[in-house]
Write a protein that binds this ligand. Structure first.
Ligand code: PLP
Length: 303
């Protein structure tokens, strides 16, 4: 039977058995960086690029996971294989880990760890939103400034995003889009944002996670002749867009059909959004940018 699997303390275990101490800064200070990958029909998407981003994140926080990157690559594949799920999301976490001595609070002396978790593939905005579209609320709550937290370092310091999400729910929305302190669009809890206007495609530039799906949209859009442009965008740019969508590992491309409860464009997923979504999934099924799980496992057998 397929089940969610974790890798923790050098062991693969069912997810219910994966536990960390409540005294660790990993938990008490969210002192952990992460990355989320997906596999679709046995192909891990952009595996090495995710690992590179993960490495950049843990280096930025002076974390030193106890395995080299090639080993982490194999751990990802083994989690997927052991889970038995056809399509998965795998989250890697580089943790600060426990204090060696509770009387010594020097985080540089903590025993850094690595956790991997494999669960069935999920849609962060809900699978139904693929057809219906999202009511996106542009929130009063701001994204934390880059000088405080570098959003390119994928991290669990989500208080701004969570507050944004709660605000969006209160306002009747499905999810939240936060702005930078100087009023430009940034990103939401778990996704990047895109908008199309007069045949041109735009996505914000600034303090945001440079998503792997965002990278994929750049590629697809260029091939389709819709030259994507990265630039500072305002809330009004989104409100007056012809169409908009989100991009994320956990859900691919999702249409935005309302902004702040008001209909966007004609209220249906846009033509470009639909073309990009179809092409994204057609390619994912064909193994686009994919590394086969079994190939990674064979590397292990040969080594
Ligand atoms: N922005 C944030 C804050 C995220 O958490 C995520 C993904 O989890 C993204 C953007 C999208 O990035 P990716 O396409 O790599 O999943």
């Amino acid at each position: 039977m397929a089940e969610s699997i974790a890798f923790l303390d050098d062991e693969f275990v069912p997810i219910s058995e994966a536990k960390i101490s409540i005294l660790e800064p990993t938990f008490t200070k969210s002192d952990v960086v992460y990355d989320t990958l997906s596999s679709w029909q046995g192909h891990i998407f952009r595996l090495n690029e995710h690992l590179e981003r993960f490495q950049n994140s843990y280096r930025a926080m002076q974390l030193n996971p106890p395995y080299p990157l090639e080993e982490i690559r194999r751990i990802v594949a083994e989690c997927i294989e052991r889970s038995g799920f056809e399509d998965t999301c795998v989250t890697l976490m580089a943790t600060r880990g426990p204090f060696i001595d509770l009387a010594d609070r020097d985080i540089r002396k903590c025993k850094n760890g690595l956790i991997a978790v494999c669960v069935p593939y999920y849609w962060v905005l809900g699978e139904d939103k693929q057809t219906n579209g999202v009511n996106m609320v542009i929130t009063e709550n701001q994204r934390v400034p880059a000088g405080a937290i570098d959003a390119r370092v994928k991290n669990f310091n989500w208080m701004d995003l969570t507050r944004g999400l709660l605000e969006a729910y209160e306002k009747g929305g499905d999810s939240a889009l936060l702005c930078t302190p100087d009023g430009f669009l940034s990103e939401g809890p778990g996704f990047n944002i895109w908008l199309a206007k007069d045949g041109k495609l735009f996505t914000p530039r600034g303090n945001l996670l440079e998503g792997m799906t965002r990278r994929s949209v750049f590629e697809l859009a260029k091939e389709m002749g819709a030259m994507p442009i990265e630039k500072p965008l305002t809330p009004d740019d989104l409100r007056s867009a012809d169409e908009a969508f989100t991009s994320t590992t956990a859900g691919g491309i999702t249409p935005v059909t309302q902004v702040d409860g008001k209909t966007l464009g004609n209220g249906a997923p846009g033509i470009l959004t639909t073309r990009l979504t179809d092409e994204y999934w057609r390619r994912r099924e064909a193994g686009w940018h994919g590394t086969r799980v079994e190939d990674v496992l064979q590397e292990r057998d040969v080594a």
